[in-house]
Design a binder for this molecule. Sequence first.
Ligand code: C5P
Length: 228
Amino acid sequence: AGDAPAAGLIVTITAGPTREPLDPVRYLSNHSSGKMGYALAEAAAALGATVRLISGPVSLPCPAGVERLEVETALEMHEAARRLAADSDLFIGCAAVADYRAEQAAEHKIKKVEGEEGLTLRLVKNPDIIATVATERDTGTGRPFVVGFAAETRDLEAYARDKLTRKRLDMIVANDVSRPGLGFGADDNAALVLWRRGARQDEASPESDGFDQEALAPQPKSRLAMAV
Ligand code: C5P
């Protein structure tokens, strides 16, 4: 009510990249800055929610009033997300989780081998964190409301719809990361928001096949977070 429309809501957000060790000094990761997830955490806190931020390694300060849990690997993020989502009203998966990790991180630094021009790394798939949360929601209490993100370089709407359905999400925020100045590492973002009809309380334009959508114009991630 009033200044705090989200008062009483518990919100859990994943943000940033994950880091998958190859050996004691090396890892696989990606260019996620964490800016979008941190902006969402800040917006949710400003709206009065209790916010927990599960963050991979980023160089951002923890937003005021937000409880941050720092993790490195996808498996650590998976464990934290399952635990914290269980009593959350809203779960937002904004992290850029590494799809694969080394099957076994080497105990000692991997050395170059004389005469070998190649090195083969054996990778295994990481769990899909948001899909686990959504499945456990469906087989459990029916909470939380699950919102995913999709960074795409083409066919934005089709891929977003597919992810929404396949991962059993309530809503997905899709952005085109091929557009200059938007997305990864940038301060601005634009998005196409899709949700299953009836998943959101407010009014939106009806679509033909069970999905509703709204396009959000390019704007600072802080403003976009509030709009989402
Ligand atoms: O399949 P893709 O990685 O594009 O899906 C993006 C969405 O799924 C994001 O919400 C992301 O946080 C989530 N995700 C996840 N665990 C993974 C991969 C993606 O939670 N292993």
